[in-house]
Design a protein around this ligand. Structure first.
Ligand SMILES: *Cc1c(COP(=O)(O)O)cnc(C)c1O
Length: 370
């Protein structure tokens, strides 16, 4: 490890996860979701891997993300996962060739006019809100949707919805959303071209709903090998793509009854060996992990004690049987010996999601790809 922290991302594991997901969703097409800089894993480095592994679409949110894909020379189809703004549409139409999501008549009219003006048809996906409650046409807006289907300058290439709780304890609400979606799809069938893409599934739905996958799956989390649902064990073929390591900055023997760190939140109950690590929330290690985090040293789980500071974290290594030295490897997320700490385990400790930690680690540090 060259520096004080190493965020490692494996393009090979990423490719292998996508191959596995491809097999799962075939004959449906696969949209590999790479928004938020590929969930913190690095869009520029991983997008060519996704395409080589068989992504039919790459899902993004912003024009700069699409620009990276085009700069890389990728001709893969790009799907915007939220509705764009007029300025984004203009660049998207003239330069980036993004398939836009449309969730209002206003946006559809804008794109329609832009298409008519350029004498071409702009590819769009109709976004239907079947229960997510964030965006899109409501299911009862049938008249608006029919109007959109008849607009010149547009080609409806897809109809989609997004699940609110495909990762939940049960799938009752998800099945309700599916029913709403297909009822609407049927009501619109005379107005839609044949063979448009129908897409509803995120990672959790792709693995939990079995054969009900439709013609395109939009899969994010599973590609990065992180858990798709607290209520579902990922297939073992899916492996985490990112790991994070650091090293021991100092080891000290602390008598019983002393406090450690800001606000003195931890008091040693016994004579303790405390190691300090050269990372903190400045490196994306969540401050909320104070007195809750776990790291691996010499293959043993060692608890974080006291506050996580900006660039220092303290861990209790009293119970590690081997001597621990300055510079010894510390695994923050990943495997060491027979032990493993996952993004999910850490996220569960402070009511977050693995993606938030992926993101922080990926955004705040240089990533090593190997
Ligand atoms: C982010 C996103 C996905 C991917 O969700 P995962 O749970 O990470 O698979 C799919 N569809 C839409 C519309 C999204 O915004």
């Amino acid at each position: 490890m060259a520096h004080h922290i190493e965020v490692r991302v494996s393009p090979e594991i990423f490719a292998s996860n996508i191959h596995h997901i491809r097999d799962r969703v075939t004959p449906a097409q696969l949209c590999v979701v790479m928004k938020a800089n590929a969930y913190g894993h690095g869009l520029r480095a991983l997008a060519p891997v996704a395409v080589a592994a068989g992504a039919d679409y790459i899902g993004i949110c912003t024009n700069p993300e699409a620009t990276i894909l085009r700069e890389l020379g990728l001709t893969v189809k790009i799907l915007r996962l939220r509705m764009g703004f007029p300025e984004e549409f203009e660049e998207s139409i003239d330069v980036l060739d993004i398939e836009e999501q449309v969730g209002t008549l206003e946006a559809a009219l804008y794109l329609s006019a832009a298409g008519v003006q350029r004498n071409r048809k702009i590819p769009v996906h109709l976004n239907i809100d079947t229960g997510m409650g964030r965006s899109g046409f409501f299911c009862h807006e049938l008249e608006e949707l029919k109007k959109v289907c008849g607009l010149p300058g547009l080609e409806i290439v897809g109809i989609m919805t997004h699940f609110a709780s495909a990762d939940g304890k049960d799938l009752v609400f998800t099945h309700q959303q599916i029913e709403n979606f297909y009822n609407l799809r049927r009501a619109l069938s005379d107005y839609l071209p044949d063979n448009i893409l129908t897409h509803t599934h995120n990672s959790a739905a792709t693995f939990r709903l079995g054969e009900q996958c439709n013609s395109l799956a939009r899969v994010g989390a599973a590609c990065y090998g992180v858990r798709t649902s607290q209520n579902f064990q990922n297939p073992s073929e899916l492996q985490p793509v990112m790991s994070v390591k650091t090293k021991v900055a100092q080891v000290r023997k602390i008598p019983a009854g002393r406090t450690i760190g800001y606000s003195s939140l931890h008091t040693t109950q016994r004579e303790s060996l405390i190691a300090s690590l050269p990372v903190g929330f400045g490196e994306g290690y969540p401050r909320s992990l104070f007195n809750k985090g776990i790291v691996l040293i010499k293959g043993h789980r060692c608890p974080v004690v006291g506050r996580v500071s900006l660039n220092i974290t303290t861990v209790d290594i009293t119970d590690v049987p081997e001597p621990v030295k300055w510079g010894d490897e510390v695994v923050l997320v990943g495997k060491q010996g027979n032990e493993e700490i996952t993004f999910e385990e850490l996220a569960d400790k402070f009511d977050s999601v693995h993606t938030e930690i992926n993101l922080m680690a990926g955004f705040m540090n240089e990533i090593v790809y190997s």
